[in-house]
Design a protein around this ligand. Structure first.
Ligand code: ARG
Ligand code: ZN
Length: 872
């Protein structure tokens, strides 16, 4: 059934104290909860019963109120709820449930990962542990006692501070943890296992000593240093940039192998997917290091944006996620190259989030309704939500934005609030009316912004005419005009920045109407505008630039993001033309503009190497697909390949020089400059390999054999495996596996390289890998590495016109639907885009969706995505 934002009601009862006791055993876990409830004075009706959430898998063993055992007539169990009527104004409810974490394959609630007990309670996992008001606006103080076998589970953790513990008979031991901060159930965590840890300390700005511990299996203990460093940097950054100090005496992170998402910000006890916390030069690529740094920061920052101030209900998810993504993005920008980070984030937004906005699951940053909240941990809530917060800062300026965030934390500390409350704090701090801005939270879809320029030489006046519109989305037909901050600069023909109205070279224009013009006075020559600098709003921009003007912007724009974007637009324009040629059966010819522009970028010694690598990366197939009216997979693939090969052939000597110049013998370091060198070197190698010449295959093989770090070794592996040199491909694949078979995360990369192999027969190889000992169909990381990568990145093979790719995915989803609904539902994404493909493929995709829908026993997760995809 559908849940609506407009139906929100405050809870009938508040929780004062929650005492939990877990007896962890091999065949079962007994959970006793003692919860002190009192009627919510803010709730109008005094008659309302206590309604507790509880998953159907809970075996209720005992229920008592103030010590009196309830009999079956005293309560009703209705579906996922337990209803207790006729209650006093305050009482203690004791509840004993029996659960089987060892059989919990959904990985929600309490489950086992590789013999270790762990939890994932966000969003609604706590109801798989005990009966509770499992909603974020019910906040209580938690005390948790854990009893378990001492030998198997020497480490027993929960939120807050360790206050007591000891041994018990039968080889057991127990511990007690107390969390001094009230919190909703989704922030509860428990871990029990045979873990080791690294330890460090952090002294906060006010001089408090914090113990930092990161736990992992013994074999991974050497991969925790980078996460620890990132954690300390995050703690310091949040003090300096947001004035936020850590509040407990201990902060713990635990690495687990089986995890549906990236990581979880449980109070004082973050639980991480190993892929987001383990890092070592030998096993982790550069982007992996950056991911660890970013996710460690993200989860840490949640301690304020999420935990101290939390969400009233799950419609407000972006309150904590959009804001926290913004905070971690700025942190990463400060730690590394700001422009490169921005390019990466915008690329993700433009490909995947724009596609979501245009698809059947479109929803506003603050959704208005859902069937299953797990389906709304989306790019829209996270990444577009981040852009919305960024726009607030752009509109208010950094200083006022900081005042607003201080006011927000101060005003709402200890509360469960809404995105409206967040915007209100910004409005109050700035004295501005933010009502129009709020449409970014309530309206779905990607706005389209078309701009044209008009120069009046006589009056030295330049005018920008802007027009905004937003196409109908699956969930919303018509939209009001948004408040769009458009950061603008004007370049003179020499490439200099023309001073604008207030003397600065960038001005933030505020577009609020569908149609609006902005006038710049004292403009001595006709300028070339640099628009939407630093991507100042999540919109699709159109301006009638000529190729020459784009090349000019690539060379002269002072805004690094726009220099890169000019190159993208140039390439997109050329490739779109070629896609048309391909479809008409015309011979493909690459005009020289792109090659000449690339050559210039390569020869410009002054440029940041990471930027050079970004500029020279062609728009991805995913981005070209998003831009296309109808996705012609063969045309997109063939054109991109043709352009890559033509550039490679034309510039091979330059690329070879670049390769050697950046192939230094040095100790591995994940700092920005070293990452930049490796990315440029491996981009050069990729172009060289695209020539198909044996010499360069040997260069790649040499790099594969001699690399002392995973970035270089994986780059070479991927290039060889994705080439036509099939013999060489199987040799490197075999040797890579032999070397790394005991490193689970490296094996995932090995799976992923094969899953994304564009050469013919990839599906058969992927199917064979399902039977390989390295694969585990219950581990989300393995499923993602093999199945999700094949379906999202291997467009040629997934979209094979015989429908085999679609059939394969549907078969997998039907099995995963019961085993792990969250993962099953996420895997559906490529099929949900069926309407964007030409008739034959479209029909094949739709048929597979229909086949899943009649396969029986659909989880809520899969049902929601399916029904929305097939609707209308
Ligand atoms: N709050 C976690 C994060 O940082 C994500 C939890 C996702 N859980 C889920 N069931 N989808 O971002
Ligand atoms: Zn988050």
């Amino acid at each position: 059934s559908v849940i609506y934002l407009k139906d929100y009601e405050a809870p009938a009862f508040l929780v004062e104290q929650t005492d939990l006791r877990f007896e962890l055993e091999e065949e079962q876990t007994l959970v006793r909860s003692q919860v002190r409830y009192s009627r919510n004075p803010g709730c109008v009706s005094r008659q309302r019963p206590l309604v507790l959430d509880g998953h159907e898998s809970l075996e209720l063993q005992r229920l008592s109120i103030d010590g009196e055992v309830l009999s079956a007539q005293d309560y009703r169990r209705e579906g996922e709820q337990l209803v207790i009527p006729d209650l006093p104004d305050s009482f203690t409810l004791e509840c004993v449930t029996r659960i089987e974490p060892q059989n919990n394959t959904a990985l929600e609630g309490l489950y086992k990962s590789d013999g270790m007990f762990c939890t994932q309670c966000e969003a609604e996992g706590f109801r798989r542990i005990t009966f509770y008001q499992d909603r974020p606006d019910v906040m209580g103080l938690f005390e948790t006692t854990i009893v378990a076998d001492k030998q198997r589970y020497p480490v027993l953790l929960s939120n807050g501070n360790l206050v007591d513990g000891g041994d018990e008979e039968g080889g057991k031991h127990w511990v007690r943890w107390q969390d001094p901060f009230p919190k909703p159930a989704y922030l509860f965590a428990l871990v029990g296992g045979d873990l080791e840890y690294v330890e460090d300390r952090y002294t906060t700005c006010s001089g408090r000593q914090i113990a930092l511990k990161i736990f992992a299996e013994a074999k991974d203990l050497d991969k925790l240093e980078y996460a620890m460093t990132s954690l300390k940097q995050s703690m310091q950054w949040d003090e300096q940039v947001y004035g936020r100090e850590y509040d407990l005496d201990i902060f713990m992170i635990v690495a687990v192998d089986f995890f549906n998402m990236g990581a979880m910000e449980n109070k004082g006890l973050n639980i991480f997917n190993t892929s987001c916390v383990l890092a070592h030069p030998k096993t982790t690529v550069d982007t992996g290091f950056q991911r660890v740094e970013g996710v460690v920061a993200h989860e840490y920052f949640h301690n304020w944006s999420g935990n101290r101030v939390t969400c009233r209900d799950w419609f407000q998810l972006s309150l904590k996620e959009g804001f926290t993504v913004f905070r971690d993005a700025e942190f990463s920008a400060d730690m590394n190259s700001r422009t490169v980070k921005r390019i990466e984030d915008v690329t993700l937004l433009r490909t995947a989030q724009f596609a979501e906005d245009a698809g059947p699951m479109a929803h506003p940053v603050r959704p208005a309704s859902f069937i299953e909240i797990s389906n709304f941990y989306t790019l829209t809530v996270y990444e577009k939500g981040c852009e919305v917060v960024r726009m607030l800062r752009t509109l208010l300026g950094a200083e006022t934005f900081r005042k607003g965030s201080d006011l927000y934390f101060d005003r709402h500390d200890g509360q469960a609030v809404t995105t409206d409350d967040f915007v209100q704090a910004m409005a109050d701090a700035s004295g501005r009316d933010m009502s129009r801005f709020k449409l970014w939270y309530s309206q779905s879809g990607t706005p389209q912004l078309s701009i044209s320029g008009e120069y009046d030489a006589e009056h030295q006046r330049y005018t920008l005419h802007m027009h905004q519109s937003c196409p109908a989305s699956a969930d919303m037909a018509t939209k009001q005009p948004f408040l769009i901050p458009v950061a603008v600069g004007l370049l003179d023909p020499q490439g200099g920045e023309i001073p604008l109205n207030d003397g600065a070279t960038t001005e933030v224009l505020e577009l609020i109407a569908a149609e609006q013009s902005f006038v710049f006075e004292n403009i001595p020559v006709e300028p070339i505008p640099s628009l939407l600098r630093d991507f100042s709003a999540p919109v699709k921009l159109q301006f009638p630039y000529s190729s020459e003007q784009l090349v000019f912007l690539m060379q002269h724009d002072s805004d690094g993001f726009n220099r890169w974007d000019a190159a993208q637009q140039l390439a997109v324009g050329i490739m779109s033309g070629l896609i048309g040629d391909y479809q008409q059966g015309r011979e493909l010819r690459l005009e020289p503009a792109l090659i000449r522009a690339y050559e210039q970028v390569l020869s410009n010694q002054g440029l940041d190497k990471a930027m050079v690598a970004k500029v020279l990366t062609l728009p991805t197939e995913a981005y070209l697909s998003e831009l296309a009216e109808e996705i012609d997979v063969d045309a997109i693939y063939s054109v991109r390949r043709f352009v890559r090969e033509t550039i490679a052939a034309a510039l091979a000597p330059v690329f070879l020089q670049v390769y050697h110049d950046n192939n230094l013998v040095e100790e591995y370091s994940p700092d920005a400059a070293s990452v930049a060198r490796r990315s440029l070197k491996n981009l050069a190698l990729a172009y060289l390999m695209a020539t198909g010449k044996e010499d360069y295959l040997m260069l790649a093989q040499q790099q594969f054999d001699e690399a002392d770090n995973m970035t270089d070794s994986q780059a070479a592996l991927t290039l060889i495996v994705h080439s036509e040199h099939r013999q060489a491909a199987s040799v490197v694949l075999e040797s890579f596996y032999q070397r790394w078979q005991n490193e689970s995360l490296v094996v995932n990369q090995w799976l992923g390289v094969q899953a994304s192999d564009p050469t013919a027969g990839a599906l058969m190889r992927v199917q064979a890998l399902l039977e390989h000992p390295a694969y585990d169909s219950t581990n989300p990381n393995k499923i993602r590495a093999l199945i999700a990568v094949f379906c999202a990145q291997n467009i040629l093979n997934f979209h094979n016109s015989d429908g085999s790719g679609y059939r394969f995915l549907a078969d997998q989803i039907i099995v995963l639907n019961t085993q792990n609904p969250q993962i099953a539902s996420r895997l559906l994404t490529p099929l949900t885009r069926w309407r964007k493909y030409p008739a034959e493929r479209s029909a094949l995709m739709k048929a597979e969706l229909e086949r899943i829908s009649v396969s029986g026993n659909l989880s809520r997760d899969v049902f929601e995505v399916l029904s929305k995809s097939l609707a209308g």
